[in-house]
Design a binder for this molecule. Sequence first.
Ligand SMILES: CC(C)(COP(=O)(O)OP(=O)(O)OC[C@H]1O[C@@H](n2cnc3c(N)ncnc32)[C@H](O)[C@@H]1OP(=O)(O)O)[C@@H](O)C(=O)NCCC(=O)NCCS
Length: 189
Amino acid sequence: MDRSFFSNITIRRASPQDAEAIVSIRREAWLSIYPNPSLGITQTDLYRHLDGETGELKHLTLLHWQRQIGKEDGKHSITYVAQHDGAVIGFVAPRFIREQRRIATLYVTTSARCHGVGTKLLKRAIEWFGRDQDIYLQVVAYNEVAISFYKRFGFELTTGKPFIDPVVQQQSELQLPEVEMVLKAISIV
Ligand SMILES: CC(C)(COP(=O)(O)OP(=O)(O)OC[C@H]1O[C@@H](n2cnc3c(N)ncnc32)[C@H](O)[C@@H]1OP(=O)(O)O)[C@@H](O)C(=O)NCCC(=O)NCCS
Protein backbone atom coordinates (compact mmCIF):
# COMPACT_ATOMS: atom_id res chain seq x y z
CA MET A 1 0.00 0.00 0.00
CA ASP A 2 1.40 3.43 -0.91
CA ARG A 3 2.12 6.32 1.46
CA SER A 4 -0.91 8.29 0.26
CA PHE A 5 -3.22 5.52 1.46
CA PHE A 6 -4.08 7.15 4.80
CA SER A 7 -4.90 10.55 3.30
CA ASN A 8 -7.19 8.98 0.70
CA ILE A 9 -9.52 7.37 3.19
CA THR A 10 -12.94 8.91 3.57
CA ILE A 11 -15.14 8.26 6.57
CA ARG A 12 -18.81 8.66 5.71
CA ARG A 13 -22.17 7.64 7.03
CA ALA A 14 -23.20 4.19 5.80
CA SER A 15 -26.18 3.60 3.54
CA PRO A 16 -28.10 0.29 3.22
CA GLN A 17 -26.12 -0.37 -0.01
CA ASP A 18 -23.00 -0.76 2.15
CA ALA A 19 -24.49 -3.70 4.05
CA GLU A 20 -22.98 -6.29 1.72
CA ALA A 21 -19.42 -4.98 2.23
CA ILE A 22 -20.00 -4.66 6.00
CA VAL A 23 -21.19 -8.26 6.31
CA SER A 24 -18.28 -9.50 4.23
CA ILE A 25 -15.64 -7.60 6.29
CA ARG A 26 -17.15 -8.85 9.54
CA ARG A 27 -17.28 -12.43 8.27
CA GLU A 28 -13.68 -12.37 7.06
CA ALA A 29 -12.53 -11.01 10.45
CA TRP A 30 -14.48 -13.58 12.45
CA LEU A 31 -13.11 -16.50 10.45
CA SER A 32 -9.52 -15.33 10.71
CA ILE A 33 -9.37 -14.02 14.28
CA TYR A 34 -11.78 -16.01 16.40
CA PRO A 35 -10.86 -19.71 15.95
CA ASN A 36 -9.28 -20.79 19.25
CA PRO A 37 -8.21 -24.44 19.54
CA SER A 38 -7.52 -24.23 23.29
CA LEU A 39 -11.12 -23.09 23.90
CA GLY A 40 -12.47 -25.58 21.37
CA ILE A 41 -13.69 -22.83 19.03
CA THR A 42 -13.19 -24.13 15.50
CA GLN A 43 -13.64 -22.52 12.10
CA THR A 44 -16.59 -24.87 11.57
CA ASP A 45 -18.27 -23.42 14.69
CA LEU A 46 -17.71 -19.94 13.30
CA TYR A 47 -19.03 -20.82 9.83
CA ARG A 48 -22.13 -22.30 11.50
CA HIS A 49 -22.58 -19.20 13.65
CA LEU A 50 -22.18 -16.82 10.72
CA ASP A 51 -23.90 -18.70 7.93
CA GLY A 52 -26.12 -21.29 9.67
CA GLU A 53 -26.08 -25.03 9.00
CA THR A 54 -27.12 -24.62 5.39
CA GLY A 55 -26.22 -21.00 4.71
CA GLU A 56 -29.67 -19.80 5.77
CA LEU A 57 -28.30 -17.04 8.01
CA LYS A 58 -26.30 -15.32 5.25
CA HIS A 59 -29.33 -13.63 3.77
CA LEU A 60 -30.80 -12.81 7.20
CA THR A 61 -27.58 -11.15 8.33
CA LEU A 62 -27.53 -9.03 5.19
CA LEU A 63 -31.17 -8.05 5.72
CA HIS A 64 -30.45 -7.26 9.36
CA TRP A 65 -27.68 -4.79 8.39
CA GLN A 66 -29.70 -3.26 5.55
CA ARG A 67 -32.60 -2.66 7.93
CA GLN A 68 -30.41 -1.51 10.80
CA ILE A 69 -28.65 1.10 8.65
CA GLY A 70 -31.93 2.08 6.98
CA LYS A 71 -33.62 2.88 10.30
CA GLU A 72 -30.70 4.65 11.96
CA ASP A 73 -31.64 8.18 12.93
CA GLY A 74 -28.07 9.39 13.50
CA LYS A 75 -28.99 10.34 17.08
CA HIS A 76 -29.38 6.99 18.83
CA SER A 77 -27.34 4.93 16.42
CA ILE A 78 -25.23 5.41 13.35
CA THR A 79 -22.87 3.36 11.20
CA TYR A 80 -19.82 4.89 9.57
CA VAL A 81 -17.79 3.27 6.81
CA ALA A 82 -14.22 3.91 5.72
CA GLN A 83 -13.90 4.11 1.97
CA HIS A 84 -10.85 3.93 -0.25
CA ASP A 85 -10.89 4.04 -4.05
CA GLY A 86 -14.66 3.53 -4.02
CA ALA A 87 -14.45 0.40 -1.85
CA VAL A 88 -15.63 0.03 1.74
CA ILE A 89 -12.65 -1.15 3.82
CA GLY A 90 -13.94 -0.84 7.38
CA PHE A 91 -16.85 0.21 9.53
CA VAL A 92 -17.83 1.21 13.04
CA ALA A 93 -21.24 1.19 14.71
CA PRO A 94 -21.60 3.46 17.77
CA ARG A 95 -25.01 3.37 19.43
CA PHE A 96 -26.99 3.88 22.60
CA ILE A 97 -27.85 0.51 24.09
CA ARG A 98 -29.92 0.59 27.29
CA GLU A 99 -29.00 4.26 27.54
CA GLN A 100 -25.31 3.46 27.57
CA ARG A 101 -22.94 4.69 24.88
CA ARG A 102 -21.52 1.61 23.19
CA ILE A 103 -19.32 0.95 20.22
CA ALA A 104 -21.11 -2.12 18.94
CA THR A 105 -18.63 -3.17 16.24
CA LEU A 106 -15.44 -1.98 14.59
CA TYR A 107 -13.79 -3.92 11.80
CA VAL A 108 -11.17 -3.15 9.18
CA THR A 109 -10.62 -5.45 6.21
CA THR A 110 -7.44 -7.55 6.55
CA SER A 111 -5.55 -5.95 3.65
CA ALA A 112 -6.12 -2.41 5.01
CA ARG A 113 -5.07 -3.02 8.63
CA CYS A 114 -2.22 -1.12 10.32
CA HIS A 115 -2.66 1.93 8.07
CA GLY A 116 -4.66 4.07 10.44
CA VAL A 117 -8.15 3.12 9.22
CA GLY A 118 -9.22 1.73 12.62
CA THR A 119 -7.91 4.90 14.27
CA LYS A 120 -9.97 7.12 11.95
CA LEU A 121 -13.11 5.06 12.53
CA LEU A 122 -12.72 4.90 16.31
CA LYS A 123 -12.05 8.65 16.53
CA ARG A 124 -15.18 9.36 14.49
CA ALA A 125 -17.28 7.13 16.77
CA ILE A 126 -15.91 8.84 19.91
CA GLU A 127 -16.55 12.25 18.35
CA TRP A 128 -20.14 11.26 17.58
CA PHE A 129 -20.76 10.43 21.25
CA GLY A 130 -18.74 13.27 22.75
CA ARG A 131 -16.62 12.75 25.87
CA ASP A 132 -19.06 13.87 28.55
CA GLN A 133 -20.22 10.31 29.35
CA ASP A 134 -18.43 6.96 29.57
CA ILE A 135 -18.17 4.98 26.32
CA TYR A 136 -18.26 1.18 26.50
CA LEU A 137 -17.38 -1.63 24.13
CA GLN A 138 -16.92 -5.35 24.23
CA VAL A 139 -14.13 -7.34 22.77
CA VAL A 140 -13.36 -11.04 22.53
CA ALA A 141 -11.17 -11.81 25.55
CA TYR A 142 -8.36 -13.35 23.47
CA ASN A 143 -8.35 -10.64 20.78
CA GLU A 144 -5.18 -9.08 22.14
CA VAL A 145 -4.54 -6.87 19.10
CA ALA A 146 -7.92 -5.21 19.53
CA ILE A 147 -7.52 -4.85 23.32
CA SER A 148 -4.17 -3.09 22.93
CA PHE A 149 -5.57 -1.00 20.06
CA TYR A 150 -8.36 0.29 22.35
CA LYS A 151 -5.95 0.85 25.27
CA ARG A 152 -3.98 3.27 23.08
CA PHE A 153 -7.09 5.47 23.03
CA GLY A 154 -7.55 5.34 26.80
CA PHE A 155 -10.03 2.46 27.06
CA GLU A 156 -9.57 0.34 30.20
CA LEU A 157 -10.86 -3.11 31.06
CA THR A 158 -13.82 -3.03 33.44
CA THR A 159 -14.82 -5.66 35.95
CA GLY A 160 -18.38 -5.53 34.60
CA LYS A 161 -20.16 -8.43 33.00
CA PRO A 162 -20.28 -7.99 29.22
CA PHE A 163 -23.70 -7.28 27.76
CA ILE A 164 -25.17 -10.26 25.91
CA ASP A 165 -27.48 -9.43 23.04
CA PRO A 166 -30.52 -11.73 23.54
CA VAL A 167 -31.15 -11.86 19.76
CA VAL A 168 -27.61 -13.03 19.04
CA GLN A 169 -27.77 -15.48 21.94
CA GLN A 170 -30.96 -17.00 20.58
CA GLN A 171 -29.50 -17.39 17.08
CA SER A 172 -26.49 -19.46 18.03
CA GLU A 173 -25.04 -21.71 20.70
CA LEU A 174 -21.60 -20.20 20.16
CA GLN A 175 -20.61 -17.83 22.94
CA LEU A 176 -17.25 -16.18 22.51
CA PRO A 177 -15.76 -15.07 25.86
CA GLU A 178 -15.83 -11.30 25.98
CA VAL A 179 -14.45 -8.56 28.16
CA GLU A 180 -15.81 -5.07 28.55
CA MET A 181 -13.78 -1.88 28.17
CA VAL A 182 -14.64 1.71 29.04
CA LEU A 183 -13.37 5.10 27.98
CA LYS A 184 -14.08 7.27 30.99
CA ALA A 185 -15.84 10.57 30.50
CA ILE A 186 -13.85 13.76 30.69
CA SER A 187 -15.31 15.76 33.53
CA ILE A 188 -15.53 19.50 33.04
CA VAL A 189 -15.27 21.30 36.38
C1 LIG B 1 -8.42 -3.72 15.74
C2 LIG B 1 -8.53 -3.06 14.37
C3 LIG B 1 -9.90 -2.40 14.24
C4 LIG B 1 -7.44 -1.97 14.27
O1 LIG B 1 -7.59 -1.31 13.01
P1 LIG B 1 -6.32 -0.88 12.14
O2 LIG B 1 -6.79 -0.05 11.00
O3 LIG B 1 -5.48 -2.05 11.83
O4 LIG B 1 -5.58 0.04 13.23
P2 LIG B 1 -4.60 1.26 13.00
O5 LIG B 1 -3.81 1.08 11.76
O6 LIG B 1 -5.37 2.51 13.16
O7 LIG B 1 -3.62 1.02 14.22
C5 LIG B 1 -3.48 1.84 15.32
C6 LIG B 1 -2.52 1.21 16.30
O8 LIG B 1 -3.02 -0.04 16.76
C7 LIG B 1 -1.96 -0.99 16.88
N1 LIG B 1 -2.20 -2.16 16.03
C8 LIG B 1 -3.18 -2.31 15.11
N2 LIG B 1 -3.10 -3.53 14.55
C9 LIG B 1 -2.01 -4.14 15.10
C10 LIG B 1 -1.41 -5.41 14.91
N3 LIG B 1 -1.89 -6.31 14.05
N4 LIG B 1 -0.35 -5.73 15.68
C11 LIG B 1 0.17 -4.84 16.56
N5 LIG B 1 -0.37 -3.62 16.77
C12 LIG B 1 -1.44 -3.28 16.06
C13 LIG B 1 -0.71 -0.32 16.44
O9 LIG B 1 -0.04 0.00 17.64
C14 LIG B 1 -1.15 0.93 15.71
O10 LIG B 1 -0.27 1.94 16.06
P3 LIG B 1 0.80 2.61 15.05
O11 LIG B 1 0.02 3.72 14.43
O12 LIG B 1 1.87 3.06 15.95
O13 LIG B 1 1.21 1.55 14.07
C15 LIG B 1 -8.27 -4.05 13.20
O14 LIG B 1 -7.05 -4.73 13.46
C16 LIG B 1 -9.35 -5.05 13.00
O15 LIG B 1 -10.34 -4.81 12.32
N6 LIG B 1 -9.18 -6.22 13.60
C17 LIG B 1 -10.13 -7.28 13.40
C18 LIG B 1 -11.44 -7.02 14.00
C19 LIG B 1 -11.35 -6.63 15.44
O16 LIG B 1 -10.57 -7.19 16.20
N7 LIG B 1 -12.20 -5.65 15.77
C20 LIG B 1 -12.40 -5.26 17.10
C21 LIG B 1 -13.50 -6.10 17.62
S1 LIG B 1 -14.25 -5.37 19.00
